[in-house]
Design a protein around this ligand. Structure first.
Ligand code: BYC
Length: 333
């Protein structure tokens, strides 16, 4: 030990001191997490905690703004003025969710430009679900019922996330998502109860196509989830992927009965002993194909986001020029 100490130069000493200080900070951070305390933007946090949050929150933000696209396809083709007004409001809400989430990610020290650059260059992920096509009006109702339904199931626990700015953003998002889910279910209920046979068949077809991709939204099984264990330890995720998926299936299987549609899974069956529905195997090879960029609409979705960014350059330039002018005027006054 003594000889080793003699070998330690000033740089090594600083490193040792820094790592002791960091170890203390980390112990304090862990204790706060264990007590169920919240972490604010200015608090010390381990690098990996920060990186995990930037990854998850920015992927979430990207999902919100990419999620506007499949629904946007139907804004001009909604069947009534009422449905069009609801759809437009919902799409605008998703844009707002993206903004709250980008702002939450920015509190961690990564700029919005960096986050969007990662999306536009294909480096960052967004939810697999938005790489599927919206082929009929019923798809819009099913997105509300199943996709927003899955989103709520996954996002309510995030209102208790240990990172306070993310948790606060999620409170408002969840309130709006719950309206989104209800409006989707309501539009399907109208078609199933008052619609023609062709409209009922359209709903069933949409349910058949969206059911399995909706189950994939919760992410891979816990046994294959890269981040779950660490994110649960840190209170970023409060419930694992498999439990959330099961809760969603239990809730939706009953809603499907009320709606009068069947879910496309011959193995879906109530299991009295487990107190849950059993369900068939999920095709994870499809999930990874879509996540890897080879889903039906990946190229189209990314191209639409890049075009929106490029087309909006003049708005950003004008806003910056206006801000510069205002601050020069203020300085001169
Ligand atoms: N799609 O270790 P895991 C919405 C990736 S917006 C694509 O379990 P984690 C809505 C995962 O990123 C819905 N990729 O990850 C909007 C990881 O890859 P990386 C979005 C997925 O983070 C508009 C790898 O697989 N909601 O609802 O612990 C209109 C291993 O996964 C997916 C959120 O973003 C997926 N489905 O858990 C309507 C909620 N699943 O990063 C509706 C916040 C996994 O190592 N996010 N991957 O390259 C979360 O709760 C978690 O990030 C997840 C995944 C549960 C999604």
């Amino acid at each position: 030990m003594y000889t080793q100490a003699m070998d330690v130069g000033p740089r090594e000493e600083r490193k040792a001191v820094r790592s002791t200080a960091e170890a203390e900070l980390e112990a304090r951070f862990d204790a706060r997490i264990d007590d169920g305390g919240l972490i604010e933007a200015k608090d010390w946090m381990p690098d990996h905690y920060r990186k995990t949050l930037v990854r998850q929150i920015s992927q979430h933000a990207h999902s919100e703004i990419v999620g506007m696209l499949p629904e946007g396809n139907w804004a001009t083709r909604a069947p009534t003025l009422k449905r069009k007004a609801i759809l437009l409001a919902k799409i605008q809400d998703e844009g707002g969710h993206g903004l709250y989430l980008y702002a939450a990610a920015e509190t961690l020290g990564t700029s919005r430009d960096q986050l969007l650059d990662a999306l536009h260059s294909g480096k960052a992920k967004y939810s697999s679900i938005f790489n599927y096509s919206t082929l009929s009006w019923a798809d819009i109702g099913v997105i509300g019922w199943l996709v927003d339904g899955a989103a709520i199931m996954n996002q309510v626990p995030l209102t208790r996330c240990s990172y306070a700015p993310y948790a606060r953003a999620m409170v408002r998002i969840c309130r709006e998502e719950s309206f989104h889910q209800r409006q989707g279910y309501d539009s399907l209920l109208v078609m199933m109860q008052k619609g023609t046979d062709a409209q009922k068949a359209m709903v069933q077809d949409a349910v058949n196509r969206w059911w399995w991709p909706s189950l994939m939204m919760f992410g891979p099984p816990d046994s294959e989830s890269t981040h779950s264990a660490t994110s649960m330890r840190w209170g970023i995720k409060r419930i694992g992927n498999d439990d959330l998926r099961q809760k969603f299936i239990d809730a939706t299987a009953q809603q499907a009965q009320v709606l009068g549609v069947s879910l496309p899974d011959p193995l879906l069956k109530w299991n009295e002993a487990r107190g849950h529905y059993d369900f068939g195997p999920i095709d994870w090879s499809e999930f990874w194909r879509v996540v890897g960029g080879h889903g039906p609409c990946n190229a189209e979705r990314l191209a639409a986001r890049v075009k929106a960014w490029d087309d909006g350059a003049w708005v950003r330039d004008a806003a910056l020029a206006h801000a510069r002018k205002q601050s020069t005027q203020k300085e001169a006054a």
